[in-house]
Design a protein around this ligand. Structure first.
Ligand SMILES: C[S@@+](CC[C@H](N)C(=O)[O-])C[C@H]1O[C@@H](n2cnc3c(N)ncnc32)[C@H](O)[C@@H]1O
Length: 389
């Protein structure tokens, strides 16, 4: 069994997100790639507001918003500003494990202008030490549950043996005991024939939400999913294969300084959410955002193959193409990149970068491109709503 624990990495990581480009960074303010022209944070604020307050005779005052792992605060900043704009007063607790991200977050700018935001440096796994029971109205954990403690390649015997034997079978018996308790309590499926991975931290977070959320509250979680069809490429064309439902590890960073994140089995989170009393809505993040139909993309792995064939180093792409053209991307240089897809927004740049003629571009790039809304990006969201008691 493997234990993926990123906490030490995050506690010392630099104050930027390295190669981790999140949806919230791609869909920033006044950006017309979404159907509404709204940013990710604003879309989230409208959805949360509609679902949280629809049908209430009196809108509650001073709601408690919690954001877990806000990182650089791109979406949460927009989210809070939009709540303010529509006249909803709030207090916000922002919880992050990374002191250097807390230092560099856009939320600090809002705090300096008087926004009622309090930062707490803490581990998600200790969230109940920070938040009282039934104290939160809106909770956001955007693209962070994949960082949480994951147990991988669990020998099926560890889940079925006599609990007294666990100590002799694995040094990580405490984690396994906890997982076994969760599986039994919530009815999470196990497969006796496979060594599966479980997002222990994510499951614990949803359990904890069951306690800390108020009646008629809303929690939003999004992340890389292992339950969406996967896009593959056979050298000529792109096609989807069915998901295996087994969380995969991804490494972010370079050889010396990196961390591993796992894709998430959202069905486990949904089972636990329902078991602790939430109503659930689950879907693809691209649908939630409402990405424009004409946003065309090419998978980065296909583009890299095309570059390879032309002797162009993929690592040079950012320095040679993205950075010098920052002025074309009003908000953020990595707008070119969309969850492992490159958005084909500026074909002239790509043609130039790949040394392609118009005809070559038409023959090589266009057949390998597809609308972003069709590409799953393998991101999902889960909205958990707590009814009135
Ligand atoms: C990929 S970033 C996402 C940032 C932001 N939510 C966004 O969508 O742009 C993951 C964030 O989760 C935080 N994080 C990772 N592990 C954590 C933990 N155990 N407890 C609290 N925060 C954690 C990281 O420091 C980082 O801010």
């Amino acid at each position: 069994m493997l234990v993926n624990d990123t906490r030490a990495y995050h506690e010392t990581k630099p104050g930027h997100l390295d190669t981790e480009t999140t949806f919230s960074m791609l869909f920033t303010a006044n950006y017309d790639r979404t159907k509404t022209g709204n940013s990710y944070g604003i879309i989230l604020a409208h959805e949360a507001y509609a679902k949280r307050f629809a049908g209430l005779a009196v809108v509650p005052r001073n709601i408690h918003v919690v954001t877990l792992g806000p990182g650089l605060g791109w979406s949460d900043g927009d989210f809070l500003c939009e709540l303010d704009r529509i006249g909803q007063d709030f207090e916000c607790t922002a919880i992050d494990i990374a002191p250097n991200l807390i230092e560099n977050s856009l939320l600090r700018e809002l705090m300096s202008k008087g926004a009622p935001i309090k930062y707490v440096q803490a581990d998600a796994q200790e969230i109940r030490d920070v938040l009282d029971d039934e104290s939160v109205d809106i909770f956001i954990a955007n693209e962070m549950v994949g960082d949480l403690l994951t147990l991988d390649e669990i020998e099926p015997e560890l889940l079925t043996c006599d609990p007294g034997k666990l100590g002799s079978l694995t040094p990580h018996h405490d984690h396994v005991r906890k997982l076994r308790r969760m599986i039994a309590q919530h009815g999470i499926p196990v497969d006796p024939a496979q060594r599966l991975a479980y997002n222990l931290g994510g499951i614990q977070l949803v359990e904890d939400l069951g306690s800390i959320m108020r009646p008629k509250s809303l929690a939003f979680v999004s992340e890389h999913s292992c339950e969406q069809p996967r896009l593959v490429y056979n050298g000529h064309s792109l096609y989807f294969i069915e998901p295996e439902r087994i969380p995969n590890p991804y490494t972010f960073g370079d050889a010396e300084d990196n961390h591993v994140e796992y894709t998430t089995r959202f069905s486990d989170l949904e089972i636990v959410a329902k078991s602790v009393g939430f109503g659930c809505e689950r879907g693809r993040l691209v649908d939630f955002i409402g990405i424009r139909d004409d946003t065309m993309t090419i998978p980065s792995f296909v583009l890299e193959e095309l570059m390879d064939a032309r002797g162009i180093l993929a690592s040079d792409f950012v320095t040679r193409v993205v950075e010098p053209n920052q002025h074309l991307f009003p908000e953020y240089a990595t707008n070119l990149q969309f969850a492992n897809m490159y958005i084909l927004e500026h074909p002239e740049i790509l043609k130039q970068a790949l040394g392609m003629t118009e005809a070559e571009y038409g023959e090589e790039i266009e057949p390998r491109s597809m609308p972003a809304k069709q590409h799953h990006g393998r991101f999902e969201y889960l909205i958990m709503t707590k009814p009135f008691l």
